[in-house]
Every structure is written in structure tokens, then in C-alpha cells.
Design a binder for this molecule. Structure first.
Ligand SMILES: [Zn+2]
Length: 283
């Protein structure tokens, strides 16, 4: 059995006694909300971005992150120090058969997304890695379903975020989700929106990117992240045509039409993507 490292290893005093916080950042609403929250504290933030899983949205996510960092660095209220974004190629994450086996068991029962297999292997190297999972109904969130079935959430030492209870959670749950910290798992999109408004960070948040399969350079309204945002009252993050597509996709004709459109879009994007991935490899 793979030993799970101590969650609080994440907090160390190497950098001027300030805690270093490793956070998985996608440029999306949830992880960016946490980046904003951390920016207002005295700490060192190490954003981590994983590329190389052929997501059509990589270019948009990276652009969003750079724009957001630029805005945060200009804000007088920023107290945190941001280390340069660490870009990790998915294929370089060390293999771990025990974690993969545990993921396969959980995925069979909960439809937990395939990204959680390599995310769990990544978190093994970064214990305490922050993951921006927000509160949402179990019926629409596969990760919350997995946490609910295979683990038990408890508050971490700081009392701010949540971790899986190493005693009460199953082995599979610990292997796949036990190295993460979930700082916003009790917050809904609406709670976060309220905070953003009261802190005055709407200008920063307008740069977030939420869609996995952009169509014509805009959110699609059809992928899981787009659906989640619409179903949790956050459709203001998408365009009107994305919301219209989401509604229409319930009808068979439109479903077929959109599937063909997404496929065509994917083929075209793939033809141009190689150049972009090469550029990131150099960084
Ligand atoms: Zn989408």
C-alpha cells in the first residue's frame, strides 16, 4: 500500500518563513477564486498547471492565467508572492499502479473523470496540493460523489480547508483523493461570487476560462464544466449562445448537430495544436 504523505508538508518555511501553497490552477472560476483569496494573504503561491492531455482549451486556460496574474500583481491589496506557474506535462507524472488501480475501482462506481487518475499521481509528489472543487449537488458532481462514497471529509489543521480523514476513509479514497486539500469544497458558486463582489475582484474574474471544448473561440455550453456552471447558477460566465446550446442540446436534432460541430472543430484544432504544445515544452 502506498503511504500517503503528511498533508501539512505543504506548509514549509523555506521561502522567508512564508508558507508555500501548491495549487492546481486551470484558469477556471473555482481555482482562480482560491488564487484571488490567497493573493490577499502573506504567503507564497506556487500555481501548477498540467498540460498535454489534448484538451482543446489549453491555449485559452494559459492565456487566462497570465492575464489574471498580471491583474493581481497590479492590485494594491495583493500581499502574496506568486512563483512562476509550474507547467507539468501529463506524461511526466510518475506512474503509480496502486493509485491507478484504486482510481479504476472508484471510477467504475462513480464515473469519476479520468483526469483524477493522473491528478492523484501528481498529488502524491505534492502532498497537500490544493484542488478547487466547489460545493454542488451530488447528482451533478462526480468528484463529490466519489468523496462521499469512498471517504470522509474533515477540516485540515488550519481549520480552513478540508482533507480526507485518513482513519475513516477507504484505502481507495485515500489513494486517489487523500493527498489533496479542498479549500473551497463547502462554497457554492454563489458564495464565491458574493466574496468576489465584496472584495472588488470582478475585474480579475472576468478573465477566467471555464470551457473544455471551446467553439469558435468561445465557451461551448455543452462540455461538463460548462454544464456545471449553468446548472449551478453561474451562466454569467458563459456567452448567450453557449447557454442556448445547452438548452437546445436536450433535443435530439440539436444534440446531433452540436456533436458534429464539436467533432469538426476538434479536427481543425488538432491540425494547429502541435505548434502550440512545442512552444510550451520549451518553457
Ligand atoms: Zn464547454
Amino acid at each position: 500500500m502506498v503511504k500517503i504523505k503528511h498533508i501539512d508538508d505543504r506548509t514549509n518555511a523555506k521561502n522567508n518563513q512564508k508558507p508555500i501553497i501548491n495549487i492546481l490552477w486551470t484558469g477556471g472560476w473555482d481555482s482562480t477564486y482560491r488564487i484571488v483569496e490567497l493573493s490577499r494573504r502573506v504567503c507564497v503561491v506556487q500555481p501548477i498547471y498540467v498540460y498535454g492531455d489534448n484538451r482543446l482549451s489549453e491555449k485559452y486556460e494559459i492565456n487566462a492565467m497570465y492575464k489574471i496574474l498580471k491583474e493581481l500583481r497590479k492590485k494594491p491589496s495583493t500581499k502574496a508572492e506568486f512563483l512562476p506557474i509550474k507547467f507539468i506535462n501529463k506524461k511526466d507524472i510518475p506512474a503509480n499502479q496502486e493509485i491507478t488501480n484504486a482510481y479504476n475501482i472508484i471510477a467504475k462506481n462513480t464515473n469519476l473523470g479520468s483526469q483524477h487518475e493522473w491528478l492523484a499521481r501528481l498529488a502524491y509528489s505534492y502532498p497537500g496540493l490544493e484542488l478547487g472543487t466547489e460545493a454542488s449537488p451530488l447528482s451533478i458532481s462526480n468528484i463529490l460523489k466519489a468523496i462521499n462514497q469512498y471517504g470522509k471529509l474533515i477540516k485540515d489543521k488550519s481549520g480552513e480547508g478540508y482533507i480526507l480523514d485518513p482513519v475513516e476513509s477507504s484505502n481507495e479514497g485515500i489513494l486517489v483523493l487523500g493527498n489533496f486539500k479542498f479549500p473551497i469544497i463547502k462554497k457554492t458558486g454563489k458564495d464565491m461570487k458574493k466574496d468576489i463582489q465584496s472584495w472588488g475582484y470582478e475585474d480579475v474574474m472576468k478573465n477566467v476560462w471555464v470551457c473544455h471544448t471551446p467553439l469558435y473561440g468561445k465557451p461551448c455550453g455543452l462540455c461538463h464544466p460548462c454544464e456545471l456552471k449553468i446548472e449551478t447558477g453561474m451562466s454569467f460566465l458563459l456567452t448567450r449562445s453557449a447557454v442556448k446550446r445547452y438548452r437546445n442540446s436536450k433535443k435530439p436534432f440539436f444534440r446531433y448537430l452540436y456533436k458534429s460541430e464539436l467533432l469538426l472543430n476538434k479536427v481543425i484544432k488538432r491540425l494547429f495544436s502541435k505548434v502550440f504544445v512545442k512552444r510550451m515544452d520549451i518553457q
